[in-house]
Design a protein around this ligand. Structure first.
Ligand code: COA
Length: 518
């Protein structure tokens, strides 16, 4: 029945259609939307807004807004708004193909920020004023507080900072989600900051609901739709090999007494490879695993279901349609095992450092010295964004990056002489894993890192060329700490591989230059 989930009688008067709510959003506004890795994003108001933008374009008017979220959303939000060219600026992480196209065509601004920094940037006022927040919840309590949905992301910050608030109450999400969240209200700006009182991943330090001043709520829209819930591809051979190298390595660390037998809390990044590692932990000899992560995908959900994992802290669920159905049906079974927190806490450097996580994230390319590019193709076009990978890589106890050794059906090596863009410097990258093997870089100087990365991680097809580049760099580079021949450093790009004459010309030039430096 309409309004069932809206237990505050006064707020029931704000119920309206998505079109009516979208009509309240001014042109040019900064709009903070809920949503994190396809979970908990508003399902109807962004679509209605896209219709309004379309109508404006047909009338010869421009109607754009800036969109701030927790992380990636779904076709109904990023896709719909990008399609009608309705976004002036977008932040932070996104993974929508239409959005990506517009950003790389120079038609849309994109701010790729560490996920833990977004809240404090907004509080600090660096991004301008937040005009409107559009937040999905599963219900509104009698006292007007909001029961969060399948992600928390930046919702607390948006609700605190926005002038006006539009709420979507999604009846599809199970009401029994109430109680699964932990919203911490103790963060401050410097110099007033105090320690965040979290000692283990399962600690609860906040409230179960989001506070919101009822006077700011201008519209409530009722919806009934599941989250995006993309299916995961079954682990391929490469993912299985990557997972088994990681599990062998963790076993080795336990044997050496460098990790406890239940490991340390796990952080697992987005995507199929990360999911495959979690799947394979099912058969590994570890019990009582814990997670302190950003996103909870199927692999981790299965570990919770089987009892191998006792607790997971995240900011969002990112489940396949089957797992989402199961979770939604059996929320009561997971209430004591999962907590969803604001992303400023799930990704907080202080907490990550204190808990001592094992972080596992994907990469686009790593160079032979261990610098990692997670975001850019050929140094210039964005893939998705840095997301939380920097928060975790810099501050975890153990920072692992994983990738197949080659991309684009073998045309491109993911191990390159010099990364074309660097998100994670050699100082933050401790282990690199491909299906070929694992490079433990801890305690190694750059030239030793290069040998172990090429030997253990590069694909056999690219290994001779990488070795050759490295050997010649050692001979001819300007300095011997991190040897490079800059003119050749990017010759692994596909267009260079195809252009033998250009490569030879550069090679000759670089030798002349190297001689001059000697
Ligand atoms: N050159 C060109 N393209 C490359 C490439 C390279 N060296 N390496 C990967 N790619 C392409 C793949 O071909 C694929 O393209 P497609 O979608 O057109 O097929 C795409 O990048 C994704 O690669 P894939 O191998 O499927 O890996 P993935 O799904 O694990 O994603 C990242 C890898 C790096 C893109 C992804 O992990 C990411 O966005 N990371 C940054 C954010 C992050 O780490 N978040 C987690 C923190 S909690």
């Amino acid at each position: 029945m309409a309004g069932n989930r809206i237990r505050n009688a006064q707020l029931r008067s704000k119920i309206m259609t998505a079109d009516q709510a979208a009509a309240l959003i001014p042109k040019g506004s900064n709009v903070g939307m809920s949503g994190f890795t396809g979970a908990g994003y508003p399902k109807e108001v962004p679509l209605a807004l896209a219709d309004r933008m379309n109508a404006a374009a047909a009338a010869g008017e421009k109607f754009k807004i800036s969109v701030w979220t927790g992380a990636s959303t779904a076709p109904e939000l990023d896709g719909a708004l990008a399609k009608v060219d309705g976004m002036e600026m977008r932040l932070p992480y996104q993974s929508d193909p239409i959005c990506r196209k517009r950003i790389n065509a120079g038609e849309m601004e994109y701010l790729d920020i560490h996920l833990s920094h977004v809240g404090q940037f907004v509080w600090g006022g660096y991004l301008g004023k937040l005009d409107v927040a559009i937040i999905e919840v599963v219900g509104i309590r009698e006292d007007g507080s909001l029961i969060p949905s399948s992600s928390v992301g930046n919702n607390k910050t948006w609700l605190d900072c926005a002038d006006k608030v539009i709420i979507e109450v999604n009846n599809w999400q199970n009401e029994a989600l109430e109680g699964m969240h932990d919203i911490y209200y103790g963060t401050q700006l410097p110099p007033k900051r105090k320690p965040i009182p979290m000692i283990t991943a399962s600690d609860r330090i906040g409230e179960t609901c989001l506070r919101c001043d009822p006077a700011k709520i201008i519209a409530i829209v009722e919806t009934h739709s599941p989250d995006r819930n993309s299916p995961f591809t079954p682990p391929d051979e490469n993912s299985k090999l990557i997972a088994s190298h990681i599990i062998d390595f963790l076993g080795h660390e336990v044997k050496r007494g460098r990790l406890p037998k239940e490991l340390l809390p796990l952080q697992s990044g987005v995507g199929n490879v990360a999911n495959a590692v979690m799947e394979q932990l099912q058969d590994a000899p570890y019990d009582n695993l814990m997670a302190y992560t950003e996103v909870l995908q199927d692999g981790m959900f299965n570990l919770l279901r089987s009892g191998k994992m006792s607790f997971a802290s995240a900011t969002a669920l990112s489940l396949s349609p089957e797992a989402a159905e199961e979770f939604n049906r059996d929320v009561h079974l997971y209430r004591e095992k999962i907590v969803l927190r604001p992303q400023e806490i799930s990704n907080h450097p202080e907490v990550i450092r204190r808990l001592g996580l094992i972080a596992m994230n994907g990469l686009i390319e790593a160079d032979i010295y261990g610098n990692v590019n997670s975001t850019h193709i050929r140094g210039s076009s964005i893939m998705n964004g840095i997301g939380g990978s920097g928060d975790f890589a810099r501050n975890s106890w153990l920072s692992i990056f994983m990738t197949p050794s080659q991309a684009k059906n073998g045309a491109v090596s993911c191990i390159v002489p010099m990364a074309t863009h660097v998100d994670h410097t050699e100082h933050d990258v401790q282990v690199i894993v491909t299906e070929q093997g694992l490079a433990d870089l801890r305690g190694l100087s750059p030239k030793k890192r290069a040998r172990v990365i090429i030997d253990n991680c590069a694909h056999p097809y690219f290994k001779p060329a990488l070795n050759e580049y490295f050997e010649r760099s050692v001979k001819y580079s300007h300095g011997q700490h991190t040897p490079h021949i800059l003119d050749e450093a990017f010759t692994f790009l596909p267009e260079w591989q195809a252009d033998k004459a250009a490569q030879d010309a550069w090679k000759e030039d670089s030798l002349v230059q190297a001689d001059a430096w000697k």
